[in-house]
Design a protein around this ligand. Structure first.
Ligand code: SAH
Ligand code: SF4
Ligand code: F3S
Length: 474
C-alpha cells in the first residue's frame, strides 16, 4: 500500500530525545501508544497528537501492553476500515483487563462519525476525540483520570494546527508528510470525509515553508504535501501594506516549497480532476525537484455514474486533463482511485471504467468496491443495488487490468537510468537498498559504501518484477 493508504499500524516512538519536564507534572513518564489507520492525513495527525502529549510530559511506547494511554486514530472511509478498528479494540480490551488504569481513546474519523455513540457501543473506550479537537487532549485525559468519560468532536473552520511541530513517528528521517489543508468542501455522494473532517481550510504558507525548511535542515529529503483536494489550496493573507489581500494558490505554494532546496523532493496528494490547472502542471514542469507523479482519482469512467457520484466532471473533462498532463509533462506518472459497483452502475458503464484504464494506462491504482456509508448523499438518495458478487467481479476485472498496466509501465523503464532517493534497506535483503524514482517507482539496487540513505543516486534499470525496478548504481 502507498503513502496515502497505508492500512498498517504505525506505532514507533521517539526515543532518547531530550524533553523539558515540568517538575511535579503528573504525566511525566506516562506512556502513550498510538496506532493509525486510513489515509496519510491520519498518520500526519497522529504526529500532531504525539507532539501535543509529549509537551505535557508523556513518552511514546511501541508496546500497547505497557502503555498508560492507548490511542487508535481511526478511518471511516469504508465499512471494513471501521470493522478493523472494532477488532483491534477487542485486543486492547484484553490489555486493559490487566491494567485497569489504562486510558483507551478513539481519535479521528470514526470518532467524529459516531461521536458519543461510541461510548455506548464500546464499553472499554474512555475518550472520543474528533480530528479538530486534539489540542483538548490533555484536558480530556485529565477528565478520564478524574473518573469520567470524555468526548470532544467539535469541528472547526479555522484549526490547521499550523503552529504545532509534529513529532515524526516511525520515521526513516528521509520522507515526511506535511499537511497543507484540512477538511473537504466537495460533496462526492459516496464519501464520508466531508462529515468526519469538516469544512476545507488552508494552512498559512509561511508555516508550511518553515516546516519543510526545518525538515530539510534535519536531513529529510522528501516531503509529501497533504490535502483531500490540494488543487483547491488557497490562502488569503491580509497584508498590512497592500490594500488587497494576497492570495496564494496551490501552484504558488508548490513554487515556494520547491525553493526550500533543490535537494528536497516535493510530492503532493490528492489532486482533484475538476481543479487541477495547467498553471499547476507548468509549475511542476518548472522545478526539477517537484516529482513528476500525479495521483488523479477517476472513480468511474462513465459520465452518468460520475454525475451520480457528484464528482462534478465527466469522462471528457477527465480525459482532457490527462491529455494536458501528457502534453505538458511527458513521462509523468499517473495513478488513480477506482470504485466498482456504485449505485445503479450498469455493465456497459463498468466497461467505460475499463476503457478509461486503457486510455490512461495508469502506473498505479487503488481499487475498491463501493461501500455505502451512513449519512452520505448516496446513502440518502440511491439504493446500494449492485449485488456484492457483481461488485467483486467488476473489481477483479479492474485489478487485473491494472496489474497488466503497472507491469507494462515498469517494463518501459528497463534500460533507462533513474534518479533515486535512497530510503533504506530493501524489505527482502540488507544487501540491497531501496528508494523511489521521481515517478514514484520502487527501485532496488545493491548496497555499497559510497552511498547511503538520504542520498540521490543514478540507477541503471536492468530488469523489473511486477512492482519493482531492479538495477545498479552508475
Ligand atoms: N480526496 C480524495 C479521496 C479520499 S478517499 C479524492 O477526492 O480523490 C480515498 C478513496 O477512497 C477515494 O478516492 C475513493 O476511491 C475511495 N472511497 C471513498 N469513499 C468510498 C466508499 N464509500 N466506498 C468505496 N470506496 C470509497
Ligand atoms: Fe471525499 Fe470527494 Fe472530498 Fe475526496 S473530494 S475527500 S472523495 S468528498
Ligand atoms: Fe482519511 Fe479515512 Fe478519514 S481516508 S480522512 S482517515 S475517513
Amino acid at each position: 500500500m502507498d503513502t496515502l493508504f497505508q492500512d498498517k499500524t504505525h506505532d514507533e516512538g521517539r526515543q532518547g530525545e531530550a524533553l523539558m519536564l515540568e517538575p511535579g507534572n503528573k504525566n511525566n513518564g506516562r506512556k502513550l501508544y498510538i496506532e493509525s489507520y486510513g489515509c496519510a492525513m491520519n498518520f500526519s495527525d497522529s504526529e500532531i497528537v504525539a507532539s501535543i502529549l509529549l509537551e505535557r510530559g508523556f513518552e511514546t511506547t511501541t508496546d500497547h501492553n505497557n502503555a498508560d494511554v492507548i490511542f487508535i486514530n481511526t478511518c471511516s472511509i469504508r465499512e471494513n476500515a471501521e470493522q478493523r478498528v472494532r477488532n483491534r479494540l477487542k485486543e486492547f480490551a484484553v490489555a486493559k483487563l490487566k491494567n485497569p488504569g489504562m486510558v483507551v481513546g478513539v481519535l479521528g474519523c470514526m470518532a467524529e462519525r459516531l461521536k458519543s455513540k461510541f461510548l455506548e457501543e464500546e464499553k472499554l473506550v474512555d475518550v472520543v476525540v474528533g480530528p479538530d479537537a486534539y489540542r483538548d487532549l490533555p484536558n480530556l485525559i485529565d477528565q478520564v483520570d478524574d473518573g469520567q468519560r470524555a468526548v470532544n468532536v467539535l469541528l472547526s473552520r479555522e484549526e490547521t494546527y499550523a503552529d504545532i511541530s509534529p513529532v515524526r513517528l516511525n520515521s526513516n528521517g528521509i520522507n515526511a508528510f506535511v499537511s497543507i489543508m484540512r477538511g473537504c468542501d466537495n460533496m462526492c455522494s459516496f464519501c464520508v470525509v466531508p462529515f468526519t473532517r469538516g469544512r476545507e481550510r488552508s494552512r498559512d504558507p509561511e508555516s508550511i515553508v518553515a516546516e519543510c525548511t526545518d525538515l530539510y535542515n534535519k536531513g529529510y529529503r522528501e516531503v509529501t504535501l497533504l490535502g483531500q483536494n490540494v488543487d483547491s489550496y488557497k490562502y488569503k493573507s491580509e497584508s498590512q501594506e497592500s490594500e488587497s489581500p494576497e492570495v496564494v494558490n496551490f501552484a504558488d505554494l508548490l513554487s515556494l516549497v520547491a525553493q526550500v532546496s533543490p535537494e528536497l523532493r516535493i510530492r503532493f496528494s490528492t489532486s482533484h480532476p475538476k481543479d487541477i490547472t495547467d498553471e499547476v502542471l507548468y509549475t511542476i514542469k518548472k522545478y526539477d525537484n517537484i516529482c513528476k507523479y500525479i495521483h488523479l482519482p477517476v472513480q468511474s469512467g462513465n459520465s452518468r455514474v460520475l454525475e451520480l457520484m457528484n464528482r462534478t466532471y465527466d469522462r471528457e473533462w477527465y480525459m482532457n486533463r490527462i491529455d494536458a498532463i501528457r502534453r505538458i509533462l511527458p513521462g509523468c506518472a499517473i495513478s488513480t482511485d477506482v470504485i466498482t459497483g456504485f449505485c445503479t452502475e450498469t455493465e456497459e458503464e463498468h466497461q467505460e471504467t475499463l476503457s478509461m484504464m486503457d486510455y490512461v494506462k495508469y502506473d498505479f491504482a487503488y481499487m475498491f468496491m463501493y461501500s455505502e456509508r451512513p449519512g452520505t448523499l448516496a446513502a440518502k438518495r440511491y439504493a446500494d443495488d449492485i449485488p456484492e458478487p457483481v461488485k467483486r467481479r467488476r473489481l477483479s476485472e479492474v485489478v487485473q487490468k491494472q496489474q497488466q498496466y503497472s507491469h507494462e509501465r515498469l517494463k518501459l523503464l528497463v534500460g533507462s537510468t533513474q534518479k533515486v532517493l535512497i530510503e533504506g534497506f530493501s524489505k527482502k535483503s540488507d544487501k540491497d537498498y531501496c528508494g523511489r524514482s521521481d515517478q514514484n517507482a520502487m527501485v532496488v539496487f545493491p548496497v555499497a559504501e559510497s552511498y547511503k540513505p538520504g542520498q540521490y543516486v543514478d540507477v541503471h534499470i536492468d530488469r523489473c518484477t511486477t512492482a519493482t525496478l531492479i538495477g545498479v548504481v552508475v
